[in-house]
Design a protein around this ligand. Structure first.
Ligand SMILES: C[S@@+](CC[C@H](N)C(=O)[O-])C[C@H]1O[C@@H](n2cnc3c(N)ncnc32)[C@H](O)[C@@H]1O
Length: 272
């Protein structure tokens, strides 16, 4: 089997990974045939998956710029993925060269490629850690060495919580993170849902089956359930909406989007 030089030793390249499948949807090159095969299967049920991912990345960039606009200069991006075009540190540091960004992912390819991309950037780090163990993230020396958690932080949980099953207590993990952040902090979040997908639920469910088969379940949640991740935070206008509807760059932009871009939800909450 192909094993390019960038593939970290020890990873199992016979099993698809969600971060490498995501890289494939976005047109990246850090994926293997197993990932492409699983991603193509998922696209048989939801042909618009790449459009959903593009809308997700575009929302993320608008939310990062918003955070910089309101004076936030520290970012904690959990489930940051394999770096691709327009990463958080690029967007944040273009708007504020002093902005600091700590990335977190549990996928070894995402960690290795992030390390390569961040080399020489003394205001961005990547930590290998798991969202399901927030206490380890909050105590991680790479993260605490860069970010001052006593000052406001934008916490990004973008397209990651739908990979955490209820049995692993995503609400508890997010609550711990929420409580530990300083007043003025933001939570920037997107989450998959059957709501907004331009297909009957029964058809879209085929995609969920593909992720189930690769033992990396994709958990669709309702708008109400997703809203609960912001508990105690004030929703920044316009609230929890579809990705193109969150502070579009121009009023016409949402109308120009592909129908698939309206799948799932995006929102930003602020700690008073
Ligand atoms: C769909 S990608 C999203 C990447 C990026 N946040 C974005 O929206 O463009 C999801 C990422 O979350 C990571 N991930 C999934 N579960 C995780 C967990 N429990 N802890 C840390 N990272 C996780 C995966 O490895 C993958 O890189």
């Amino acid at each position: 089997m192909e094993r390019p030089a960038w593939a970290p030793q020890g990873i199992d390249i016979s099993v698809p990974s969600v971060s490498r499948m995501y890289d494939f949807y976005l047109g990246g090159s850090h994926n293997f045939e197993v990932d492409r095969e699983a991603a193509r299967k998922a696209m048989e049920f939801l042909p618009g998956l790449p459009k959903i991912m593009q809308a997700n990345r575009a929302f993320m960039r608008r939310a990062v710029r918003h955070a910089v606009d309101i004076g936030i200069d520290q970012f904690l991006d959990i489930g940051s993925g394999i770096p691709t075009f327009g990463n958080v540190h690029e967007v944040a540091q273009a708007a504020d060269p002093g902005a600091k960004v700590a990335y977190v992912d549990h996928d070894p390819v995402a960690v290795a490629h992030s390390q390569a991309v961040l080399e020489g950037n003394d205001r961005a780090v990547i930590a290998a850690a798991d969202l399901r163990r927030p206490e380890e993230i909050l105590a991680n020396p790479e993260i605490t060495g860069l970010l001052d958690l006593n000052r406001p932080v934008a916490l990004l949980l973008v397209a990651v919580l739908h990979f955490v099953e209820d049995a692993d207590d995503p609400r508890g993990a997010v609550a711990e993170l929420r409580e530990s952040l300083a007043p003025g902090s933001l939570i920037v979040l997107t989450h998959a849902s059957y709501e907004g997908i331009p297909l009957p639920k029964e058809e879209a469910a085929g995609t969920v089956g593909v992720y189930q088969n690769i033992r990396n379940p994709l958990i669709m949640r309702s708008r109400e359930e997703i809203g609960q991740f912001f508990e105690g935070y004030e929703m920044v206008e316009p609230g929890l909406v579809s990705m193109p509807e969150w502070r579009p760059d121009t009023p016409q932009a949402p109308q120009q989007e592909d129908p698939y871009a309206f799948s799932g939800f995006a929102g930003v909450g602020r700690k008073a």
